[in-house]
Design a protein around this ligand. Structure first.
Ligand code: SF4
Ligand code: SF4
Length: 251
């Protein structure tokens, strides 16, 4: 293999982002041919290399000393560090319970073995290192992963639209769940790119792609309160995939 040297690594997560790459079945041979995979434990079982990297693509959030060691090692070696998936960027699934007592949660799941856990409160990558680029989604869309890899081959990075899910939803001429059914759809706040997958089948957007860059959370909060939803329910929904979302933020 020749081409840019990259690492693909997973921290605490479900591995769904890496699986999305494996699901790019038609394109995988091309990807394998164009890149030099220096570190890719989920995809290549050969001994890993420890030289410099052109890019490190990292899935998952940081919740163990081993996660942190892997992340810092990749950051130190790599020209670009790319956070892939909602967990890596916002906390996502792994951080969903960050607003509850970690001790109680651990004891509920692991009982007496909880005290031996070497974990800490899960956090996104940018809390620990500089992140150069993000590809959001739970998991990200295949096209966005491939666009990122393709751009890397040309020494650049892609530009993804910054508008919210609602724009894609209205382009598809869906019935609006928020306006017409009074359901707590997060589409006005959430980063587009999924082509409004859920509202297109009458399921409200749960926010799995994290906030759009110009999401006006405070204005949306006022609208939803006026519609009769409770503040607790709204905040709980906004923070499901992004536990630190500032729901008072206004543009
Ligand atoms: S259904 Fe949801 S995503 Fe679609 S337009 Fe309404 S609020 Fe936006
Ligand atoms: S509509 Fe919302 S919940 Fe559904 S895939 Fe898109 S961002 Fe995720």
């Amino acid at each position: 293999m020749t081409g840019p040297a990259i690492a693909i690594a997973g921290l605490t997560a479900c591995s769904g982002c890496q699986l999305t790459l494996f699901n790019c079945e038609e394109e995988l041979p091309l990807v394998a041919d164009r890149f030099h995979f220096a570190h890719f434990p989920m995809g290549i079982s050969e001994a890993e290399e420890c030289g410099p990297l052109d890019a490190a693509v990292v899935e998952g959030c940081v919740s163990t000393p081993e996660d942190l060691e892997t992340l810092i090692n990749l950051r130190n070696r790599s020209r670009l560090l790319i956070a892939v998936g909602t967990c890596a960027i916002w906390g996502g699934i792994a951080a969903m319970k960050n607003n509850e007592s970690r001790k109680e949660l651990a004891e509920t799941i692991y009982g007496e073995a909880a005290h031996a856990l070497r974990t800490f409160v899960p956090g996104p990558l940018h809390r620990f290192v500089t992140v150069d680029f993000t590809v959001t989604g739970c998991p990200p869309e295949k096209g966005e992963i491939l666009a990122t890899l393709s751009a890397l081959l040309h020494g650049t990075l892609p530009v993804f639209p910054g508008y919210p899910v609602c724009t894609e939803c209205r382009n598809r001429e869906n019935l609006c769940l928020l306006i017409e059914r009074n359901e707590l759809c997060l589409g006005p706040l959430i980063q587009s790119g999924c082509n409004a997958r859920c509202p297109a089948v009458s399921i409200k957007c749960e926010g799995c792609r994290g906030p759009a860059s110009e999401a006006n959370a405070a204005a949306e909060m006022e609208l939803l309160l006026e519609k009769g939803f409770s503040r607790d329910e709204i905040v709980g929904r906004m923070r499901r995939f992004y536990p630190e979302w500032d729901h008072e933020r206004r543009y």
